[in-house]
Ligand binder design. Structure first.
Ligand code: GDP
Ligand code: MG
Length: 369
């Protein structure tokens, strides 16, 4: 249920907290300034103190931000968004780096590598977007916040090491998120490589690869030597076709924050993955409890662009603060709306914190008895 601290209520009414406490005392309720009171009590207090109360619910404020109202004919094919997961040292980073270098179709020879937390590879058969955030934590925290970050997981297993604890963890994450797995058996250049063993070990976790009669796609690769990377990309695009991934590019943009930081020269910078609509220069948007007007968009090659379509990762400049990885972002019609949404979220965050600290002090009190 809705709740608010006495301090926050006082702030919003521009009254003194002590007057609220006095009022409540007259009702026979003893409170201190950091206590949390429920919305009904807060409304009573406010009205008794001569204020008009307008209660807003989450849905009132954020309604329509990510509404799935696209008609089927508005949907167009979009590139798959891929996350590479696997045990430490099995070659995730090497594979991401090697795949990035295969990006020759775009003509950027030499590969200006701009690290923005995600990048796209163009192949003759289509585009693939890779999320390049380190490790499982990012993936898990994004998922915990309700963000669907990924269409496909590439599970890297080193052929000389086999299935290890974080391999299993990755399998579980992918399953929980209901995301299909493609197995990349890496380091096949190594003399000790034993891909057959990897396939057998995977059986224990109910992953049956194609060569063993199952339907999990697999590729033997060497990130080090660059072996079969084109094949891996093709298999990803094949899986993507099966998934029939689509989005409506002709609407206000929305998606997810992949990473964000406060840049010394450029201010708050967020890398976002556009998941629907097209993000354009000048758009006003909210990301978590930050907002701003898009001042510049920079793609994964470090090139300034005017817009970004679904499945495209892009750096956004112009926010008033740095959002958090996993935050949702949405383009809104105007600044007033942006303020309304972000102020609401900020307030919510403070209230949750207030409630949590009230609870813990109550727990302390109880345990002291
Ligand atoms: P991560 O921890 O999963 O990101 O693994 P890294 O990409 O950092 O790789 C760990 C080690 O394995 C590094 O020393 C890499 O050079 C090496 N490595 C990665 N891929 C291959 C490969 O295909 N063949 C060989 N021989 N070594 C590899
Ligand atoms: Mg790594």
């Amino acid at each position: 249920p809705e709740a608010i601290t006495i301090q926050e209520l006082a702030n919003r009414m521009a009254e003194r907290a002590v007057d609220i406490i006095k009022f409540l005392m007259k009702q026979g309720e003893m409170h201190t300034i950091n206590d949390v009171i429920d919305a009904d009590t807060a409304q009573l207090v406010a009205e008794e103190m001569g204020h008009k109360v307008k209660r807003v619910s989450e849905s009132d404020v954020v309604e329509g931000l990510s509404g799935d109202t696209d008609a089927p004919e508005q949907l167009k094919a979009r590139p798959p968004v891929v996350t590479i997961m696997g045990h430490v040292d099995h070659g995730k980073t090497s594979l991401l780096d090697a795949l990035r270098k295969t990006n020759v179709v775009s003509g950027e020879a030499g590969g200006i590598t701009q690290h923005i937390g995600a990048y796209q590879v163009e192949t003759p058969n289509g585009i693939v977007t890779f999320i390049d955030t380190p490790g499982h934590e990012a993936f898990t925290s994004m998922r915990a916040r309700g963000a669907k970050a990924t269409d496909i997981v590439v599970l890297v297993v080193a052929a000389d090491d086999g299935v290890m604890p974080q391999t299993v963890e990755a399998i579980n994450h992918a399953r929980a998120a209901d995301v299909p797995i493609i197995v990349a058996i890496n380091k096949i250049d190594k003399p000790a490589a034993n891909p057959v063993r990897v396939r057998n070990e995977l059986l224990k976790y109910e992953i049956v690869v194609e060569s063993m009669g199952g339907d999990t796609l697999e590729v033997e690769v060497s990130a080090l030597k660059g072996t079969n990377l084109d094949k891996l990309l093709d298999v990803i695009l094949l899986q993507s076709e099966v998934l029939d991934l689509k989005a409506n590019p002709d609407r206000e943009a929305g998606g997810m924050v992949v990473e964000a930081q406060l840049d010394k020269g450029r201010g708050p910078v967020a890398t976002v993955l556009v998941q629907r609509g097209t993000l354009k220069l000048g758009d006003i948007f909210v990301a978590g409890s930050a907002w701003g007007r898009v001042r510049a968009l920079v793609n994964d090659k470090g090139v300034q662009v005017k817009e970004a379509s679904p499945s495209t990762p892009v750096e956004v400049l112009g926010l008033n603060s740095a959002p958090e990885a996993g935050d949702q972002f949405d383009v809104v019609p105007n600044e007033a709306r942006a303020r309304e949404v972000t102020e609401y979220r900020e307030r919510k965050r403070r209230e949750t914190r207030g409630a949590a600290s009230a609870r813990s002090s109550l727990e302390q009190m109880m345990s002291a008895i």
